[in-house]
Design a binder for this molecule. Structure first.
Ligand SMILES: [Zn+2]
Length: 399
């Protein structure tokens, strides 16, 4: 008797988008990771599907990223897909900011079969919209307020970047707090002496940047030496709780880029941004009248270039939560989004309209010591209520 073999035709049936928790979605934001699920029929376990994500362009569709391979298991396959922030440039110029989106679908292929378009109708596209990324940065720790800030970040589930200064890090809790920063946040180098010696002496930025550095026990420590000293100290401290630590620069556990911030100056050296700010202006007196800030004392150009060439990206800031004026939380928020002061609450679409660029916010650990931490908590919680606002660490900065 002849055995009858029934040929079962392999098929790719359908696909759908979810978030990382497998919840169905049709909308997301640049900078987010999503999943694309594929359902097949008669395709053996372990088989490979080739996938290509496309942007629906109306007339002509554009490939997004490279072709990916996924493995079929029980007639299902999943693609993890990170939507890069620099794909924002695909938004057609002239698009209304309120609905500046791109639409994604997937083409899937098995063996030499035809490519099957999945989730490619208007109702099933993934709409990707502009998001606002806020980078909270805390300078001059580890010291007063660091623990309060860490507790608030933990409670609100937000990650931040800490620009640390060795000479300030004398608290008994240094190791415990450094470990928390190392495991959950990003670390930046903010120099060991911060243009000031002995500790507590007034920082002289003019001398620091154009006078060759900071005088320590009769010896001039240059700016780059000051940053290397900080790196050396923090590396030793990190190795106390993580003996396997082998990074070349001072960095947190999962950090891949070295970050630095120059003391006392809003200077940038990143692949996206480069600028140097005059660091210190001196008052001049003319005919008995003081003209504040007339003479540029020093800029940090050479020092910034040197530290950048050594391997650090240098970050300044877009806005500062000022320490001196005990600024209120709501005024910082209004200033960040350049909002007209007619109302304090805005819809997500309005916020996107007012501000679509990433925001680096400068703060200091010590301003949130004790009760004052409540302001930081309110700030984070209020922004988190808005769709499309995300907090991230500076090693993920994309402009
Ligand atoms: Zn500082």
């Amino acid at each position: 008797m002849e055995k009858i073999v029934i040929e079962r035709k392999p098929e790719i049936l359908r696909g759908y988008w979810t978030d990382t928790n497998n919840k169905l979605i049709w909308k997301t934001y640049f900078g987010q990771t999503v999943k694309f699920h594929i359902v097949t029929r008669n395709i053996a376990n372990g088989s490979i599907l080739k996938l290509q994500v496309y942007e629906n362009g109306g007339v002509k569709d554009t490939r997004i990223g490279s072709e990916k391979s996924v493995t079929v298991n029980e007639n299902k396959a999943i693609l993890d897909f990170y939507i890069r922030r620099d794909w924002e440039s695909l938004i057609q110029s002239g698009a209304d900011t309120f609905d500046a989106t791109i639409e994604l679908y997937v083409a899937a292929k098995y063996n030499d079969g035809n490519s099957v378009k999945l989730a490619n109708t208007k109702a099933t596209w993934l709409n990707v919209t502009l998001a606002i990324y806020i980078y909270l940065t805390f300078d001059d720790g580890i010291g007063l307020g660091t623990e309060d800030v860490l507790n608030i970040l933990q409670e609100t589930g937000v990650n931040a970047t800490f620009f640390l200064t060795g000479s300030n890090s004398t608290t008994d809790k240094r190791q415990e707090l450094l470990k928390r920063i190392y495991e959950n946040h990003a670390i930046g180098n903010h120099s060991y002496y911060h243009a000031s010696y002995p500790k507590g002496a007034r920082a002289d930025y003019g001398k620091y940047y154009k006078g060759g550095g900071v005088m320590v026990r009769g010896k001039l420590v240059s700016v780059i030496e000051d940053f290397k000293e900080n790196e050396k100290e923090f590396t030793l401290w990190i190795k106390e709780f993580d003996p396997t630590y082998s990074k070349l620069f001072m960095m947190a556990k999962n950090q891949t880029k070295a970050l630095a911030r120059l003391p006392g100056t809003n200077t940038w050296r990143t692949p996206q941004r480069s600028s140097t700010k005059i660091t210190h202006r001196k008052t001049i007196e003319l005919a008995g009248i003081n003209f504040p800030g007339e003479i540029p004392q020093a800029d940090s150009k050479e020092e910034a270039d040197e530290i950048n060439q050594y391997g650090y990206s240098i970050f300044g800031w877009d806005e500062e939560w000022k320490m001196s004026s005990s600024e209120s939380e709501s005024s910082v928020r209004r200033r960040l989004f350049s909002m007209p002061p007619v109302s304090t609450e805005f819809t997500p679409a309005q916020i996107v309209y007012w501000q679509t660029r990433p925001i680096v916010l400068l703060m200091h650990d010590r301003q949130f010591l004790g009760e004052r931490g409540g302001q930081l908590k309110t700030f984070i919680n209020t922004l988190k209520k808005n769709e499309g606002i995300f907090f991230d660490t500076l090693d993920n900065y994309v402009m």
